[in-house]
Ligand binder design. Structure first.
Ligand SMILES: Cc1cc2nc3c(=O)[nH]c(=O)nc-3n(C[C@H](O)[C@H](O)[C@H](O)COP(=O)(O)OP(=O)(O)OC[C@H]3O[C@@H](n4cnc5c(N)ncnc54)[C@H](O)[C@@H]3O)c2cc1C
Length: 405
């Protein structure tokens, strides 16, 4: 089996621009002659369907959710990176490219990562135009914070609900096209199979999840935007409804699937509260901007965290990675936390987590500022664990999160 990523030729920074220029264009009056099926209405699917509809293609969009705006993208929290360099920190397309390649252990496809960095700024512009209420500075500029693996603040966010706000923006754009008649929407409709003719996907078979009726739909192009597969692992941040059915069915029909192990393990999830729990709730990456991660220096420590003196704590990320501190890339933070738990320094009743502590942030910024930044996450944490993060550190543990195979 030969895997061909079909990366265009030419210098790195020009590959995809050249490719785009070389693609044959379809003139506006001809577009309505083409049908496109999009499966999935997350940020990928809703964005693609709305854009194709706006361009004038005939689009059918399918989701098994009861509403297009219930895709799992709604759960994304911390924000989205772009190299706008509003803060004059020396950020650039090249630096975002470099950080992403480095954060991916130099194993990602360079041309595609470069493209991601190139279009990052346009994505922020598009989302803003769709009405996404990104956080703003007092003067009106879009605000930024940091994600792991970077030394600049380039994350655009809407409190701890960025995915929800982005999806509402994409949904609005999609709803507009549905109203205009360019997109037909099929909710509560599950894709059962992909129809292949001469090696090309030309349609899908679906089941109406209310009536059970099975029907088939043909198209000139089929876009599968059906989300990730991290529920294939025992622990996962994904909701149970993310059942990986569409990718699996396409794979069974011959779609190639490489490197399933390219799965990101997110360091800041709420640890399992019993040995059977597999869905872990994510606590946003953004918390590592102000929270400090530590474990007791001694194995089997039984004291309340506030009673453990500074010199008996191990801020293991700050100690091992002083340049990035608590904002090391996610896989680095995850591996380090697991190592501490495996070494018997885990905290909580099941000794299966590490502390994420905001005491310093409260002292430095005041409770109001911290609440403004992370209040909804603190509330969610307290509802799930029964512990108040204003009074004791949060507990976190890594879990498989998003997937890149
Ligand atoms: C808790 C959490 C927090 C996150 N935080 C961030 C963040 O801060 N920043 C960031 O950049 N990323 C974040 N991510 C990752 C990001 O949210 C996802 O990578 C992205 O939203 C995936 O979008 P998607 O459109 O590909 O998939 P999804 O939003 O999962 O949408 C999949 C769609 O496919 C449909 N579908 C699937 N199978 C079928 C089928 N068989 N038939 C019909 N329809 C089907 C579903 O109904 C759904 O509409 C987070 C992820 C999680 C889980």
């Amino acid at each position: 089996m030969q895997l061909d990523a079909r990366i265009p030729a030419g210098p790195l920074a020009e590959k995809w621009d050249n490719h785009r220029f070389e693609l044959p264009l379809v003139a506006p009056p001809n577009r309505r002659k083409f049908e496109v099926i999009v499966v999935g209405t997350g940020l990928a699917g809703a964005g693609a369907a709305a854009t194709l509809g706006e361009l004038g293609y005939n689009v059918k969009v399918f989701t098994y959710n009861d509403s297009n705006r219930r895709a799992h993208s709604i759960s994304a929290q911390g924000g989205i990176n772009a190299a706008k360099d509003y803060r004059n920190e020396g950020d650039s397309i090249h630096r975002l490219f470099y950080d992403t390649i480095k954060g991916g252990d130099y194993r990602a496809r360079e041309a595609n990562v470069y493209r991601l960095a190139q279009v990052s700024n346009e994505i922020i512009d598009q989302a803003t135009a769709q009405g996404v209420p990104f956080a703003r500075e007092y003067g009106g500029m879009l605000a930024n914070r940091s994600f792991g693996g970077t030394q600049v603040a380039r994350t655009f966010y809407a409190r701890g609900q960025t995915g929800q706000q982005l999806l509402l923006g994409a949904y609005q754009a999609l709803a507009r096209q549905i109203k205009l008649g360019t997109v037909t929407s099929y909710t509560r409709t599950e894709m059962l199979d992909v129809v292949i003719v001469d090696g090309r996907a030309v349609g899908i078979v679906v089941r109406d999840m209310v009536t059970g009726e099975v029907s088939s739909h043909s198209a000139h192009a089929v876009v599968l935007a059906t989300g990730g597969y991290s529920n294939a692992y025992f622990l996962s941040t994904n909701a149970k409804a993310c059942n990986v059915t569409a990718i699996w069915r396409a794979h069974r029909k011959g779609a190639m699937f490489a490197n399933p192990c390219f799965t990101q393990i997110h360091p800041t999830c709420i640890p399992a509260s019993d040995e059977f729990q597999s869905k872990l709730t994510l606590m946003s990456e953004s918390l590592r901007n102000d929270g400090r991660i530590w474990v007791p220096a001694n194995e089997g420590e039984a004291r309340h965290p506030r009673d453990i003196p500074e010199d008996q704590r191990d801020y293991f990320l700050e100690r091992r990675y002083p340049a990035f501190g608590n904002l090391v890339p996610r896989d680095v933070a995850s591996r380090a936390a697991k190592r501490e738990v495996d070494a018997g320094k885990g905290v909580g009743a099941l000794h299966n987590g590490v502390y994420l502590d905001f005491a310093d942030a409260f002292a430095r910024l005041g409770k109001d500022v911290v609440t403004e930044r992370y209040g909804n996450l603190f509330e969610m944490y307290e509802r799930i664990t029964g512990e108040n993060p204003y009074e004791m550190p949060m507990r976190i543990y890594p879990a498989p999160h998003y997937t890149m195979g």
